[in-house]
Design a protein around this ligand. Structure first.
Ligand SMILES: [Cu+2]
Length: 137
């Protein structure tokens, strides 16, 4: 009987908290998504204009995405699929080479040279805005 008690205690410890989490209807998560500029921000936020996503806010300086979504229709795996589809890596899922190739030249966030370029521009907001407009097409 004592031998049974330990597995039972484990079950209680793991299953009950999971059930409480599963009942959460709206999730508010912030996680890493690769990106370097305002174009990335637009692309990422647009990719998440889908049913079940209440809010998507990307900060390209921090490379962090905040998403508020309804757990009934959306989950982290689906978010990863949507983000990878427009060429962006996430904390948990890397875009394929074909998907990454789809992002604009100035948005090649995996390229250290592109990262440096955006970091230099980051200090001067005016320059950065000009840069964004030049590259838009
Ligand atoms: Cu970009």
């Amino acid at each position: 009987m004592k031998k049974l008690l330990f597995p039972f205690a484990l079950l209680v410890l793991f299953i009950i908290p999971n059930e409480i989490l599963a009942q959460k209807k709206v999730m508010d998560e912030t996680f890493w998504v690769g990106g370097v500029c305002g174009m990335c921000e637009d692309r990422i936020e647009k990719a998440l204009e889908v049913k079940g996503v209440k809010l998507a806010d990307y900060d390209y300086d921090a490379q962090m995405l905040r998403v508020v979504y309804k757990t009934k229709v959306m989950n982290r795996a689906k978010l990863d699929v949507l983000l990878n589809a427009v060429g962006h890596d996430t904390k948990t899922s890397i875009a394929s080479d074909e998907q990454y190739d789809g992002v604009h030249g100035c948005c090649k966030y995996r390229d250290p040279a592109v990262q440096d370029e955006h970091e230099e521009n980051g200090d001067e907001d005016e320059d950065h805005e000009d840069h964004d407009e030049d590259e838009k097409h």
